[in-house]
Design a binder for this molecule. Structure first.
Ligand SMILES: [Zn+2]
Length: 70
């Protein structure tokens, strides 16, 4: 598991902030049912590159998004 240097500010899957991002090139098991820290993990497939996992905490999945004009 590695943390990429060019990670985006927001998750490209759900467009929310995230706590951490990791890259994987092998099988990974994810079980968040009993996870106290993380609520959701988004997976970003990137052809030719390693799969990225974006880890969201519970607060990050329920907090209201900033509604800036635009
Ligand atoms: Zn996400």
């Amino acid at each position: 598991m590695e943390v990429p240097d060019d990670a985006p500010d927001r998750c490209p899957v759900c467009d929310r902030t995230y706590d951490s991002v990791s890259e994987h090139d092998a099988g990974v098991m994810v079980n968040l049912l009993d996870n106290e820290r993380y609520r959701r993990v988004c997976f970003e497939p990137r052809p030719g590159e390693r799969l990225r996992f974006f880890h969201h905490t519970h607060a990050q999945t329920v907090a209201p998004e900033d509604n800036g004009s635009g």
